[in-house]
Design a protein around this ligand. Sequence first.
Ligand code: PEP
Length: 255
Amino acid sequence: MTRTPLIAGNWKMNLNMGEAIDLVQAIKADIDVSKKDVDVLVAPPFTYISEVARTVDKSGILIAGQNMHWDHSGAYTGEISAYMLQDTGCTHVILGHSERRNLFGETDEIIDRKVKAALERGLVPIVCVGETLEQREKGKTFDVIKDQLNMSLDNLKKNKSMPPSTVLAYEPVWAIGTGKTASPEQAQEVHAFIRTWLNKNFGPNIASSVRILYGGSVKPTNAAELMSQQDIDGALIGGASLKADSFIKIIHYND
Ligand code: PEP
């Protein structure tokens, strides 16, 4: 099965409204998604989503929230629900990003509840996993990834069912925003491990349909080599997604 590559930009807490619109306009002007064999997604801060969605219009550029709450409504000051994301134009949501895990105390259990809530509302989750440098140096990478997958996708595992549109992202914590990229071989090794885990838990069809993105200092200069690996189906990009020039170059990694 061929998996359409997905190039996703996580803007984090950056840009002002004008810059956000300029950026998405530049992306829209450059690509005609319907002609390219790659899907493009942006994850703006919550307050820009509606305006980005209006600008994106029918270009095919996908929009994701960067996070959401596990409940659908209620007394959760400062939080946002899957429905609210969808209502403003999102089709996807990033869940379990290492910054959420490490800076905001998100556990695998919380992520599991969020994945369930996203799917209940028809949002596609982009679930992030990744090891720290210390864990890698102690030879624990595969154990950490396996535990994160088992626990943050526990609900899906119990039901033995995962929508084929689900996206996973391998983001080694030591490579995020550090300028250090996993080598294509290091990344491929973990991606292959994740695909084997998918096969074991959900069967060969899901294993061959689910896209596994690599994230961690992806740039125009390393995108093609990373993307050439068999089990790398796209990129989740932080810093290099904030400038039209670099993000567009990554979209065109194959040209
Ligand atoms: C990220 O935050 O998901 C990320 C990969 O960031 P960067 O590309 O800046 O390393």
